[in-house]
Design a protein around this ligand. Structure first.
Ligand code: ATP
Length: 297
């Protein structure tokens, strides 16, 4: 753990259970490597903000932090349960694509949240994660970082972070969601064949302490989740003001193929694309890929 990275280590674990196989004791038990809580909750309370107790576990390696945290959620783990891995051996992007997560080069984190929102608004959760991590990366030295709709962070035209959210709906209500993020911190975090569209923070001049970035992300996520519970207008404002897709000519594939100019983002986070005929088509994040006509962004 780096000094002054914002965390207070609350309890040291035995170091066992580092395989990250999803069998973590979600109540802070023996097999956690670290159990730490964000400090500053008193400060946040004074500001009148909602307080989330983040219970962060670190493991050396796991298949997928999203899968582990989803299993924990099914077993009733509370909101705030967070798993960080030094490496993922089966990291996933959307549509079952691979997320390259080699050892000690990135921040691979999944967070369990149980916000009080209607199930129909669950799609907004990955925007909360995007807005929160964008702010954290910007503060860490890359203020020009943008959001490529719907779920990537880009800097200098390159993808530096991918986001994958899984939602569990029970009886038409959102039971919980898992927000997973992979942030490329250092060289080696992405394979050479992706060099035309992937990048990392260090290459762009931001040498970032992993735990500090995590701490800042969790602080911003807390704010974003509160804003979502309050209706989500603030989250949408954050998304729109940093969305690099808006104003670009884009190709939509995966669902109905479409080409046009991304004009706006609707109240449920849908991208509004204007076709050459002037028709405004709402595009849902679901299973589509959006690429810039002139390049990745
Ligand atoms: P795309 O980014 O290709 O438009 P997408 O946003 O739907 O699509 P994701 O599901 O977020 O993609 O991420 C998976 C894709 O990201 C992979 O197919 C691969 O192209 C790319 N990728 C995988 N690992 C990394 C990494 N560490 N850094 C950057 N890009 C990666």
């Amino acid at each position: 753990m780096g000094k002054g990275n914002g965390f207070r280590r609350n309890r040291g674990g035995s170091g066992a259970g580092e395989s990250g196989d999803g069998r973590h004791d979600t109540r802070g038990g023996q097999d956690a490597k670290f159990v730490i809580y964000c400090p500053g909750t008193g400060e946040m309370a004074r500001e009148g903000k909602r307080i989330m107790q983040w219970d962060v576990r670190f493991v050396k390696t796991t298949g997928s932090t999203n899968e582990d945290v989803t299993r924990a959620g099914m077993r009733g783990a509370p909101a705030g349960f967070t798993l960080v891995a030094d490496q993922q051996t089966a990291g996933r992007g959307r549509m079952d694509r691979k997320w390259f997560s080699p050892p000690d080069t990135g921040l691979y984190v999944s967070v369990l949240v149980r916000p009080e929102i209607p199930a129909g608004r669950a799609g907004m959760l990955s925007f909360c994660a995007a807005v929160a991590m964008r702010a954290a990366v910007a503060e860490a030295g890359l203020p020009e970082t943008g959001i490529k709709w719907p779920n990537d962070l880009v800097a200098g035209g390159k993808k530096i972070c991918g986001i994958l959210s899984n939602c569990q709906i029970r009886e038409k209500k959102l039971d919980f969601a898992v927000l997973g993020l992979g942030v490329n911190l250092r060289p080696g975090s992405y394979p050479p064949e992706l060099a035309d569209r992937a990048g990392c923070l260090a290459e762009m001049g931001a040498e970032v302490d992993r735990e500090h970035l995590l701490y800042q992300f969790l602080r911003h996520l807390d704010t974003a989740l509160s804003a979502l519970e309050a209706g989500g207008a603030e989250v949408l404002r954050g998304l729109k003001s940093h969305c690099v897709t808006l104003g670009s000519e884009v190709l939509v594939s995966g669902g109905t193929a479409l080409k046009g100019v991304a004009r706006d983002i609707g109240k449920n986070g849908e991208l509004i694309v204007e076709t050459a005929e002037g028709t405004l088509v709402p595009v849902l994040a679901g299973d589509v890929s959006v690429r810039g006509v002139m390049g990745y962004v």
